[in-house]
Design a protein around this ligand. Structure first.
Ligand code: F0G
Length: 347
């Protein structure tokens, strides 16, 4: 059905808003098979946002941002991106028949994401600088040229993204106690918190503590200062000056939550666990949510009896080279006969 159709009552849509949809939203909330029971948290869930049409949570907000851009008369959208926003922008622009321009930082965008933006027909400009610089150029561009900025500083992006909170509450029947979420440009944690608060006002199902996690080498909010050269294997959240910094801190404080760091090692370990113990293949940044939960649980925080949700923000196919580099085993090459296959299997 799509986000606009499903949640029109909660979104700033009018009769003039085009009903764009690629079938975004309605993503699975999967109960943990092994990690939750091992931690003594039987009600641990993963919200699989990588099941959205372009493979990340960005589709929820992008569908609304593009629909509103069209409603407001724009023929061209622009964004800066570590990859997923650009893929989503390019896809929705294509489906709406408008142009998209994406600014990406050189060397910081995985091949899967770049290929998507190109395939969907975006004009892809690779900036010889980091995401934060690309975003400030994008903000300057829209002041001068007639394009709509569809980064998460566009309020419609957050409006669309907040719908994931509604789905979680509806599916569990109550708010989770804790929501673990990766933090990069800090739009998503802001959007989820807005969604939980709005839904609670209507339905009295409670709100969770917002538990945000930055990568240790790209942790401006935790450090309390911008990071000049953010560094992490999780390229999606390699951001040193998040646009939604203040609202992320508000989400943290109002919800009595926290924003903390996880190391690259913790991210990789969680990424492996998700694939091998749960059958969930995500991109590295997405594993920061589980890495955060494991960090706190290992440090003695007791979540037993809690309803806990980890948001898995993007699909593993986004970053196949990361997967190959971190593979625990290699394919076995054998001759094309049954004996060689059996021998390779040791049977
Ligand atoms: N996970 C993934 C897979 C992402 O792509 C992003 C952000 C985040 C988490 C963090 O979300 O920025 O709202 O705090 N990706 C942006 C992009 C920056 O350009 O695709 P956030």
């Amino acid at each position: 059905m799509g986000v606009i159709d499903s949640y029109a009552d909660y979104l700033p849509v009018t009769e003039n808003t085009p009903k764009l949809s690629l079938g975004e939203g309605g993503t699975p909330l999967v109960r943990s098979s092994f990690i939750g029971p091992q931690l003594g948290i039987p009600d641990l869930y993963f919200k699989l946002e990588g099941c959205n049409p372009t493979g990340s949570f960005k589709d929820r907000g992008m569908v609304l941002a593009v629909a509103k851009a069209i409603e407001n008369g724009y023929g061209k959208i622009l964004c800066a991106s570590t990859g997923n926003t650009s893929a989503a922008a390019a896809a929705y622009a294509a489906s709406a028949g408008i142009e998209s321009v994406v600014l990406v930082p050189r060397g910081d965008v995985s091949q899967g994401k770049l290929s998507q933006a190109i395939a969907y027909g975006a004009k892809v400009i690779v900036i010889d600088g980091r995401f934060d610089t690309a975003l400030s150029i994008a903000r300057e561009m829209v002041d001068t040229f007639n394009m709509c900025l569809v980064n998460s500083v566009n309020p419609y992006r957050l409006e669309g993204q907040k719908t994931a909170s509604f789905e979680i509450v509806d599916e569990i029947g109550l708010s989770p106690d804790e929501l673990f979420i990766p933090v990069g440009n800090a739009g998503n944690i802001t959007a989820y918190w807005k969604g939980f608060k709005e839904y609670d006002e209507k339905k009295q199902k409670g709100v969770p503590r917002m538990m945000g996690f930055e990568a240790a080498g790209a942790a401006p909010i935790v450090l309390g200062r911008t990071v000049e050269s953010p560094d992490t294997i999780a390229s999606a959240i390699r951001i040193g000056n998040p646009a939604s910094w203040v609202s992320a801190e508000q989400a943290r404080d109002e919800s009595n939550g926290l924003i903390d760091t996880v190391t690259d090692e913790q991210i990789i370990e969680s990424w492996k666990k998700l694939a091998r113990s749960e059958g969930i293949f995500c991109e590295p940044a997405s594993a920061a949510s589980l890495a955060g939960l494991l960090k706190l649980a290992n440090n003695g925080t007791d979540f037993s009896g809690h309803r806990v949700v980890c948001v898995i923000t993007g699909n593993g196919l986004k970053d196949p080279s990361f997967a190959a580099e971190n593979a625990e085993s290699k394919p076995l090459n054998v001759a094309a006969n049954i004996d060689s296959v059996a021998a390779a299997l040791g049977i």
